[in-house]
Design a protein around this ligand. Sequence first.
Ligand code: NAP
Length: 335
Amino acid sequence: MERRSIGAGALSVGAVGLGCMPMSWAYTPSRRRGHESLAAVHAALDLGSNLLDTADVYGPFTNELLLGRVLRERRSDAFVSAKVGLRAGDQHVVADGRPGYLRRACDASLRRLRTDVIDLYQLHRVDPEVPVEETWGAMAELVGAGKVRALGFCALGAAAGPGAGRRGDRGYRTTLRHLERLQQVFPVSAVQAELSVWSPEAASQLLPWCAARGVGFLAAMPLGSGFLTGTLTPGEGFEPQDVRARHPRFTAEAMASNQVLVAGLRRVARRHGPEVTVAQVALAWVLAQGPQVVPVPGADRAHWAVENAGAARLRLTAADLAEIADLPVDVGAWD
Ligand SMILES: NC(=O)c1ccc[n+]([C@@H]2O[C@H](COP(=O)([O-])OP(=O)(O)OC[C@H]3O[C@@H](n4cnc5c(N)ncnc54)[C@H](OP(=O)(O)O)[C@@H]3O)[C@@H](O)[C@H]2O)c1
């Protein structure tokens, strides 16, 4: 698989990573199968799709425990991309950026992951109660202690700033201010934010900042939480614990309207051959946004991990990209 660089530290990873969140968090709990998840991780590693994106809060903790079962045997095949700074409460998650908490959380993650070093340690959310420099300084000390190789910053949710990811003009301004402050303390090696055909804002609002500084970019939700694969049926419904049950993009009406996006991606796929899938076109679009972009599609089935890794071989033409750019704006984004 093509390799891409993450950050000034020039850490090299497979161009398509594996998002491990759906194995333990956020989507369809009844369909999770531990053995299937393990098979997905092994399949991804076999194909060089080696960046495994996880977080202590996924589960909580069970996602890291799951990965630990693979890493104890295959640590050298994997690039561990973990996150800290979000704690699971009873019904919700809370940001915690206190240095003492981060130090304890890192040691606990290392134990669960069964490794002595995390390749990329990302701040999951900014804690509004703690100056971000203090949080980042504590994370930098973990690099000094050899527990972490490089640091990343997640720009999702409230920490990304008001309007982030929306099509308005406020965009990722708060994120960019945070990134500038972090750079004064310790280099940012990667930024993680939502980037997909239906959430393209980060390409114009965050990628130029990353490109100018040699900072890597991890594209979260590159498959539109599964919608941009063409496998979800409008009206099928979601389990109550599935985050999509409450997302306006996933009402039956929005999903029916948004089929126009899937149809557009399918047209492009057909031009590239009968084996090419809608999901692969969606990922190839993300890959085409810049040489430092690494999509981390979430999958907990081996055949999907294999299909997604195959997107690294697909090269979209300028005409394909123009056609995708002309697709209508979706219904139901948070705006
Ligand atoms: N930093 C953050 O705050 C943050 C926030 C959100 C996500 N993320 C990261 O980004 C990763 C990706 O985001 P995501 O998982 O939310 O959304 P996504 O990658 O856009 O979509 C994942 C969904 O697509 C399905 N899927 C995957 N490949 C498929 C294929 N080839 N054909 C059909 N369906 C397919 C998966 O189904 P199955 O589950 O059934 O396999 C899953 O439901 C996460 O895993 C996580 O690592 C980070």
